[in-house]
Design a protein around this ligand. Structure first.
Ligand code: AMP
Length: 116
């Protein structure tokens, strides 16, 4: 289920240190090591799913958990009133650099649309 050479699998396993802000049976959430916004959190499934293109309908409960936890974290980070961004990069042109599904929760500043 998990990939030995995958950075985020190793973070999930606790083999690589991270700053966890959430941990449950389906996902963890960590602070991004190179934050691009005052709040920059990554929501990461425990299961090794390479990217959003690999999701299937049966992953609905996982996605529900990710978005519910993202909302809870947005509340606790105090970024709900101003607004925030939830995004997942897919593949090379999408800007994905770690091939283990993750959702960026970003806030604390305003963002451009469309992204560069
Ligand atoms: P993406 O480029 O969309 O695949 O996002 C990968 C994110 O992982 C980037 O924002 C990186 O800064 C972040 N990242 C890479 N290594 C680590 C790490 N060891 N701990 C926390 N975040 C990381």
């Amino acid at each position: 289920m998990n990939a030995p050479d995958c950075l985020f699998c190793r973070i999930v396993a606790g083999e690589v240190p991270s700053t966890r802000v959430h941990d449950d049976d389906l996902i963890i959430a960590i602070r991004d090591i190179a934050p691009r916004a005052p709040t920059h959190i990554l929501l990461i499934p425990r299961q090794h799913i390479p990217s959003a293109v690999d999701l299937v309908e049966a992953d609905g409960p996982l996605l529900g958990r990710i978005f519910a936890v993202a909302a809870d974290l947005a509340r606790s980070e105090g970024i709900v009133d101003a607004g925030y961004r939830v995004v997942s990069n897919v593949g090379r042109w999408g800007g994905q650099s770690v091939d283990h599904l993750h959702i960026h929760l970003m806030g604390g500043r305003s963002f451009e649309w469309p992204p560069g």
